[in-house]
Write a protein that binds this ligand. Sequence first.
Ligand code: NAP
Length: 489
Amino acid sequence: MVKQDKRVVVIGAGMAGILAGIKLREAGFTEIAIYEKADRVGGTWRENTYPGLTCDVPSHHYTYSFERNPDWSRHLSPGPEIQSYFERTAKKYGVDEILHCNQQATSAEFIDGRWHLGFQDGHSDVADILISATGVLHKPKYPQIDGIETFKGDCFHSARWDHSVALEGKRIGVIGNGSTGVQLISALAGRAGKLEHFVRHPQWIMPVENGYFSNEERQAFHDPAVLKEAMRFEEYNAAVERYTTAIVDMESEGAREMGAICLANLEQSVKDPVLREQLRPDHAPLCYRLIFSPDYYQAIQHPNAALVTEGIAGIEEAGIRTADGELHELDIIVLATGFHPDTFMRPMAFKGRNGVDLETLWADGPKAYLAATLPDFPNFFMLNGPNGPVGNFSLIDIAELQWHYIAQCIDKLTTQEFDEISPSTESMVRFESERVAAAKETVWYRGGCKSWYLDKNGVPSSWPWTYSRFAQAMSEPDWPAFECVKHPT
Ligand code: NAP
């Protein structure tokens, strides 16, 4: 193994930051620092601890390809198991040794060929290569609802769960019906004394199995050949391609099939015709990120549960007042109201070559060349950056594809061939115009809903092509799109 003497700083120790640490060590880098704002690794899975938290990607596929886990308890893994998986994987691969916790990066500037970083506690660092692995959905979005501060009970965001609050027998209101709100309703239906789900726009629900693996099955999965067979890669990959094709082409066969399954799920699972109509979405399936749930419809039909589609007029001391004048008295209000998806590494102050400011570059919304690099930000790479694929498939797989791409760019620096690498402004502009045009053809834009996929201009910000196109783009950088600089010696 070649020893690499460049200093690399990674910001964030979630799934992608851990991956970067493992891969950098594997490549022989000895000068690596991973900075994490919290007290431990895990990102999303550390921050989200709400009851019912589950990954809707089949559990065996939601792992690093080099560290499969035969021990998942269920087909869809529960959040705490995923958090332990990341903690033990970070330890196993020595990420703990290069990890600096409780260190929030506040600034980065490219000066004289290197990245100069500042941290909240006043310390600084300098890096030749900077990698941002700060995640996408990490800044909770709090709703602007009149009187919310007057509520006398407990009120918190789903990603800031207050575990000191007892749930059993309580009157609980959940606002929001994205993947989080739906999982919460399933988990709370048998526990709350009264459970009310406040829904503005009902969503399509894809039925899914979530059984437990038996001890015998888990034992058998320790044989990699058995696990590989159980993962049915061909079928899984085809499903991902079909899903992303359905996003790109609303008229595709896959889109029609998925729509039909969701419709049948609604028709067959909800007995009361009034409730069924209230739960019937008015947008095309997949316009929102599709919700996979084995039991939401059963949960909302629980005797203690109720759907509330009347708009929220305000929140008062005793509960939620809806537009029809009814007061819904509650002990707990959970805000499953989503996240600000355009934060990435901000609020860091970020400046590239010659003082180019990230805020100026992103004035119209976050963007990146093929989701990974930025013009005038040399030797800076993003994992799960803007416009990358985010959907009903493994983001770990996406990060690994991105790493494969980024590692080839880094090679240009470590072989001493070049000192700086970044995409040209022309390639960024060209890519961006193709991306926006393609985004306007997707179901996210044309499907009749307004989801978190849309940026402030109403343009979908996620990867607007198929999974296979992304995998192809990540297989090798298109070198003519990059500007490579050699410093005079
Ligand atoms: P979300 O999909 O953005 O949903 C937010 C919900 O809150 C929507 O139903 C929205 O209603 C509602 N809402 C927002 N502001 C409101 C207000 N002022 N009044 C009433 N309702 C309001 O958020 P999320 O459910 O947390 O999910 C975000 C993403 O996290 C998912 O799309 C997914 O990528 C990820 N996630 C994944 C999993 C998994 O299993 N892998 C689980 C959870 C989350 P409108 O639709 O009417 O705006």
